[in-house]
Design a protein around this ligand. Sequence first.
Ligand code: MG
Length: 266
Amino acid sequence: MHVLRSTREIAQMRKAGLAVWEAHQIAAKLVQPGTPTAEIDAVVEEHFQRINAIPLFKGVPGRVPFPAVTCISINEEVVHGIPGNRKLQTGDVVSIDTGCKLHGWCGDAAVTHAVGEVSEETQRLLRVTQETLELAIELMATCRMWSEVAQRMDQHVREAGFATVEAFVGHGIGREMHEEPQVPNFASPQLRRNGDFRIEPGLVIAIEPMVNMGSKQVRAMPDHWTQVTQDGKASAHFEHTVAVTESGPIPLTAGPDKAPLPDLIA
Ligand code: MG
């Protein structure tokens, strides 16, 4: 079972969330044709160092420990791309995912950007994926169980003619980046039977829809980390760390204009 967080703890998590939001603002400035993805990773790492935050992605265990503080995934790469020498090109979509721990509390968020001008269909993919995340946050104000939210998220994706990735899901978050419960972006009979959870004050989860333009199938690349779409079509990924409070859901990794500052969370 997962832990519920007090208002005071959620206010602390908002600080970590803002640090992650700042990292995304810094990274976004480098999203332009010609930027090697390792350069984006480097500025995020510097930012975390400057504010004494612990990067959460570096060293995550796998066949090889994850080598960077961000996951950067381009075009058909869905998630877990490793930053490197590859340069962004006009027409690419690039997903940047990062998280940090600040004063013992974690934040995790992802954004997919268009690099220069992209096709209309690609713009629609990004818009629909972002809408799916926003819809989930909004529905948390009224839905009682997560399966209701997940079902509506997947419905939104299907109605757009796209596919929700099922191989990866969101997660509880708090003292650690990955905690209980698992947070799928689609409702399966399995979720309803075992794994569904109540949306109630104190719940803090990272919600991260991954949406494919073609089929939902993904496969791992030989680097053991990068996940790509099996059909080679584009994929998008948006994520926020979200807390449920007595006054409603708060996206903890959103900017100061989109969610209350730590002192105002009560
Ligand atoms: Mg996450």
